[in-house]
Design a binder for this molecule. Structure first.
Ligand SMILES: [Zn+2]
Length: 97
């Protein structure tokens, strides 16, 4: 399942990568380096989190952003009123109201 991000989160994520990701050199990813340089997958992804290394090792370093991204990814729309809510269990389909 892809973790979706909004443009605001994408901007913060890119800043975080350049600051913290030890595989990111000048926007290129060392993990993808096979003799040729490859752009960091995450830096060019504006709508989702696609790098597992980033997700597991870099993103959690920024607790606020991490919580924010995870919150967005867990959000559901109520089947009845359409309101966005965070389900407390996997099967919850309606907001508490
Ligand atoms: Zn509802």
């Amino acid at each position: 399942m892809t973790i979706k991000i909004n443009p605001q989160q994408s901007r913060k994520i890119n800043a975080l990568i350049r600051q913290l990701c030890c595989n990111c050199v000048n926007g290129n990813c060392l993990l993808l380096d096979d003799g040729e340089e490859h752009n960091c997958v995450q830096l060019i992804s504006k709508y989702g989190v696609y790098c597992n290394y980033f997700k597991n090792a870099v993103l959690p370093a920024d607790k606020e952003l991490f919580a924010d991204v995870m919150k967005t990814c867990n959000e559901k729309h109520c089947r009845i009123c359409g309101k966005v809510f965070i389900p407390k269990s996997k099967n919850q389909r309606y907001c508490t109201e």
